[in-house]
Structures are given as C-alpha cells and as structure tokens.
Design a protein around this ligand. Structure first.
Ligand SMILES: [Zn+2]
Length: 414
C-alpha cells in the first residue's frame, strides 16, 4: 500500500502540468533514424502476407500496459493506472466548458434533439459543422490550408497493414500527407506507423478506438487521446500536436480536453466519402466527388485559399483511388501537401528537434525506404468486405487477418 502511494505521488510529481505528459514516455525509437525491418510484411504486396501478425523488435505490446485495442481506452482499467490518474488530476477540470456528454439514439446515431443548432453554443461540428470554438482557452480548429490552389492531403484510420504499394507511391511522387492514426492500429501494426514517420508524413492522433467523442465521458475522452499519443510516441518516437475526431464529432468540451494535451483539432472542408465507396455509396459517386474536387483546383474555387480533403487509408479501395487520382490532383493544384506544411508549422510534434520544411521549401531530407518490391498499384479488389472487416474487426490480429483472407476469398469468387 505504501509502495503504491509512493508510486502515485511520484507519478503526480511527474505531471506538474498536463502539458508535460509526453516527456514520461520512454520510447526506444529515434524518429530521425528509423530502419524498417526486412520482413515479409514490409516487402510483400500480398495483403494476407502484409497483414500477418508480427513482432516489432523495438516495440513490444504488453497487454497489461495498454487499453484493449478497439475498446474504449478506459475499458480494462487503464483509467486507474498511476500515470493516467496523475494526468487526470493535473488538469483543472473546473475550467472546462460546462457541456454534457451527448447520447446515442436507438437508431445508432447521436441524439441531437434539444440542441440549439441556430445558436450552436458548443460549436458542435456534428450538428452544424462549426469550426470556430465558442469557449475560451480552446485551441482553434484547422480545417483548410490557407494558401491558394493548395490541396491538404490527409489519410485517416491507418496505419493499414496492407499499405506498402500506397506508401511506395506517395514516396515516388514525393508527396507528404497528414496521417491520422488510430491508436489500436498503431499497436497492432507498429512498422506501418514507423514507415509513416520515416517517410516524413505528418503523423496525427485519431483516437484509440474511433468512437463518437462527444458521447464519451471526460475521462474516456482523455484516455482515448492520451493512450493514442503514448502509442504513437512509443512506436515511432514522436508525439503529435494534432488530432482529428472520428466522424468529425467534436464540440468545445472535447476540444478543451484535447487542448489540455496540447492537441489542436484538424477537420476538413471537402469530403470524398471514399470510405463508403462500393458499400453505402456507388464507387462512381465517390469518383465523381474526386473529379469535382480536382476541377476546383483550376476553375477559380480555390483562387484565394486552399482546402483540406478527407480521405482514408482504410483499405485497398480507398488507397487505389488515391493512387488513381493523385496525378490529376497534382496537375490541377499548385501545392499538394500535408497539413503541417500547408500551415507552415515546422515543429508538428512535441519533440521540437524533429523539423519540417517551411511552406514553399522542399524538404531535402527525404528518406529511403528499405522495403523491396516493384509493384506500383494496390489491388482494388475485396474492398467492400475488407472495409467491413477493417471497420468492425476487434482486438485480435488473428481475427482481422482471417477476415481479410475471407474478404479476399469472397472477392475472388464474387
Ligand atoms: Zn476515422
């Protein structure tokens, strides 16, 4: 008992202010010197091979030290850990905007009844697409690149296990994107996250279990963000300054909690709906979205400012669409780049030693990827089932891999 209380008070001392939380993460990875292991998962273009369970040499996932992947980040008692309690107690919750957690309706959607949408007192994006917080002491959102004819390139929900061809393509095209990584995917597929950092992409937090954040309690919101920050740091050596809420579901309460972790919310102003392609929307409709957005680069829509476009690395359907359209996007826009660079943010991580080139200056530090292979396109098959598998698979890598294999089989025989 005594030992326990000493441990807690030491942990409390560690977080004199919540903003310093990331300094206690002891990562074995130097973000400036990442080497990708030459394992089948990094050298193959076969989805099943890429998505077969592996151990990273510099990150071991110890179940007892992490929330259960794909469950709310407090689910297995990680809200009771000394480090989390110290963080929670270091926050002055009395300053938080007085906003209650939302509830889910019987139809599985957020219940918006009773919310004053015309005044939108909480700047609730799901209700009004509000991006300018109403409350004080909240970091303002980023939702568009300010420079004209600029496409803000963002991919959500990674790292995806079957991404070699996609990341190779981005590298060949000298394109950097903002990658919003889900904490559960980072611990499941650590080498994928390491490649994101090695390739110079702007890595950001996309929560631990990808839930509607405004429906979670204060403690749950904090845990979803905190354990994803920790996962990204432990796996890649960097701690993000940016995050994106799943489904864009954010209000000033959630923004305020993110601000306590020094996180700024990044939304978007163009949505491809690529995640729905072939499922709830026809592929042609999503292709139409891409084509419309591409035209906007040269028809005057973005003559005085740019955009941030929502796209995903969920599966090979979304990644193949990116590969198909990026050459045209580059032709129609002056700049195609990650959000940090388009905002001229040269230190996008808590680790100020990791620097990005200022806007307009090409980075001279592009890295070489060790993954071998010459395939240049991701397979566009199996999208529907693989997407469902990806979105709904739970903790186990084995089950995710089986689902993926099943999806392949379904695609082959469909
Ligand atoms: Zn997402």
């Amino acid at each position: 008992m005594l030992a326990k209380s000493i441990a807690v008070s030491l942990a409390l001392a560690q977080f004199a202010s919540a903003a310093e939380y990331w300094e206690s993460f002891k990562s074995q990875v130097n973000p400036k010197n990442i080497s990708i292991p030459s394992i089948p998962q990094t050298t193959s273009y076969d989805e099943v091979t890429q998505c077969t369970y592996y151990e990273a040499s510099n990150f071991q996932f110890v179940e007892s030290e992490w929330p259960t992947p794909w469950e709310t980040a407090t689910s297995n008692g990680m809200n009771k850990s000394a480090e989390f309690k110290a963080l929670y107690n270091s926050i002055n919750w009395g300053n938080m905007p007085n906003i209650s957690a939302r509830t889910m309706g019987a139809d599985g959607a957020i219940d918006m009844s009773g919310y004053d949408e015309s005044n939108d007192p909480d700047c609730w994006w799901s209700a009004t697409t509000c991006t300018v917080p109403k409350h004080k002491d909240v970091n303002p959102d980023i939702y568009t690149c300010p420079e004209p004819e600029t496409w803000g390139l963002t991919y959500d929900d990674g790292p995806n296990c079957s991404h070699n061809a996609f990341y190779d393509f981005l590298e060949e095209q000298k394109l950097k994107a903002t990658m919003f990584y889900i904490g559960s995917n980072v611990v499941d597929w650590p080498v994928g996250a390491q490649r994101g950092v090695k390739d110079g992409h702007h890595i950001a937090d996309h929560t631990w279990s990808h839930q509607m954040m405004t429906t979670l309690s204060n403690e749950e919101v904090l845990a979803e963000l905190y354990y994803t920050q920790k996962a990204i740091k432990m796996v890649t050596g960097v701690t993000p300054r940016h995050w994106r809420p799943a489904f864009g579901d954010v209000d000033d309460r959630v923004r305020w909690i993110a601000t306590q972790l020094n996180l700024t919310t990044v939304l978007w102003n163009l949505d491809t709906d690529d995640w729905a392609a072939g499922a709830s929307e026809p592929v042609s409709q999503v292709q139409g979205n891409y084509e419309d957005f591409i035209k906007m680069g040269s028809n005057g829509t973005f003559a005085t400012s740019g955009n941030i476009v929502l796209t995903h690395e969920i599966d090979n359907m979304t990644m193949q669409m990116a590969i198909d359209y990026l050459p045209q996007i580059k032709k129609n826009y002056k700049n195609v780049l990650d959000v940090a660079t388009c905002m001229n943010i040269t230190t996008p991580y808590m680790e100020n030693s990791v620097k990005f080139a200022p806007f307009g200056k090409t980075s001279t530090t592009s890295s070489v990827v060790t993954a071998a292979g010459s395939a240049t396109s991701a397979s566009a098959s199996s999208s529907d089932s693989a997407q469902t598998a990806n979105k709904e698979s739970s903790a186990s890598k084995v089950s995710a891999t089986s689902a993926l294999a099943l999806a392949l089989i379904v695609a082959i025989f469909a």
